[in-house]
Design a binder for this molecule. Structure first.
Ligand SMILES: Cc1cc2nc3c(=O)[nH]c(=O)nc-3n(C[C@H](O)[C@H](O)[C@H](O)COP(=O)(O)OP(=O)(O)OC[C@H]3O[C@@H](n4cnc5c(N)ncnc54)[C@H](O)[C@@H]3O)c2cc1C
Length: 323
């Protein structure tokens, strides 16, 4: 029964949140289409436990392909092979740099339609239609597919939902890698800063903007993030100014996050920033300008100077935690 094939990225034995959301979405849509959701994991020595855990999110079968991990072309080879062997109609997976590269390669290989940065997928007349925000997120464009469709979500756009399914069946598949897929080698994987915290997975983010005044201002965010057990994020303005690494940028041209708490310090709340963090459970903003747009979509707004407020917050959190 052809259905949806989804790709799940993992790192050190754990499937990442972005992929868990994509598998959940693919499983939900498969059910509506009356088909199944199958997943593929590509890497070296992926455990049965990690692969079969995708059953929790609704995948009924997981193909495990032994190939270099974290690189796009081996994934394209693996997915193209599975498409030809099993006749899937759609591929649906989470975005991010790797996801976009895999999507582009797979669309070219399969002569399929491709839509990136998708935030919603609907079943209409038994087919999938993908919605993607355009023009600075002021409008929505809808893609329909004449034959096969490759749908790539915006980072963390799809909600993680445990379907109540148990462990998925794991099938090992041999894929002959094309010559060009063997040319790149992964030397090292990790975040540019804060290797211990991945900002897409952090449940607390302390984000800094131009209101920090200078690169050194980020120390205030780092101290509070450390006290709270969270990570630091940034706006494009400060990343462009070289105050903080690009890996921490949130927004239209950065990452999309949905932590439990997003604390925005010295951030005006431009639409291009908002689209990357608006799904956070609680948004707290500190800004000295009472008319800053960020207050329009914050759960709690603090009007004042971040140079005074951030150190006090850090002190209060430390005192509460007794550290
Ligand atoms: C195509 C395109 C894509 C873009 N993509 C992104 C993106 O992915 N992510 C992104 O973030 N931006 C993006 N931008 C840029 C975006 O439009 C804004 O310019 C940017 O988000 C502003 O960053 P900011 O809030 O740090 O700076 P500002 O807009 O300059 O805001 C600084 C804020 O700090 C406050 N402030 C100043 N001093 C203090 C103080 N002492 N205490 C408290 N508050 C203080 C000010 O009142 C102000 O509200 C994009 C723009 C374009 C055109």
């Amino acid at each position: 029964m052809p259905g949806i094939l989804t790709f799940a990225l993992h790192y050190e034995g754990a499937i990442n949140k972005n992929s868990q959301g994509a598998v959940s979405e693919a499983a939900k849509l498969s059910q509506q289409l009356g088909t199944e959701c199958h997943a593929v994991v590509v890497g070296e020595g992926i455990s049965d436990e990690a692969a079969s855990s995708l059953g929790k999110f609704g995948a009924t079968k997981v193909f495990r392909v032994e190939a270099p991990e974290g690189l796009a072309q081996p994934v394209v080879d693996a997915m193209a092979h599975l498409f030809e062997a099993n006749g899937y109609d759609y591929a649906l997976f989470g975005g991010g740099l790797l996801g976009f590269e895999v999507g582009a390669g797979l669309a070219a290989r399969l002569h399929a339609g491709v839509t990136m940065e998708v935030t919603q997928v609907n079943v209409v007349d038994g087919k999938l239609e993908a919605e993607r925000p355009i023009l600075g997120d002021s409008s929505i464009s809808t893609s329909k597919y004449k034959s096969r469709g490759i749908i790539i979500g915006r980072l963390n756009a799809f909600e993680i939902a445990e379907s109540g399914g148990g462990a998925a069946e794991v099938e090992d598949v041999q894929v002959t890698l094309s010559g060009h897929a063997q040319k790149a080698k992964m030397l090292q994987r990790g975040e540019q800063r804060g290797a211990d915290v991945n900002i897409e997975d952090a449940s607390i983010l302390v984000a800094g903007g131009r209101g920090l005044g200078k690169a050194e201002g980020f120390q205030l965010c780092e101290e509070l993030a450390t006290a709270l057990g969270g990570a630091v994020a940034a706006t494009r303005a400060v990343v462009d100014a070289g105050w903080y690494p690009y890996a921490a940028q949130i927004g239209q041209t950065g990452k999309t996050v949905a932590p439990k708490l997003y604390l925005a310090a010295g951030i005006s709340g431009a639409i291009q920033h908002k689209v990357g963090m608006q799904n956070s459970e609680n948004i707290v903003a500190i800004n000295k300008d009472a008319n800053a747009p960020i207050f329009e979509f914050s759960d709690l707004g603090i009007i004042g100077d971040l140079n005074k407020i951030l150190p006090k917050l850090t002190e209060a959190v430390k005192a509460k935690k007794g550290s």
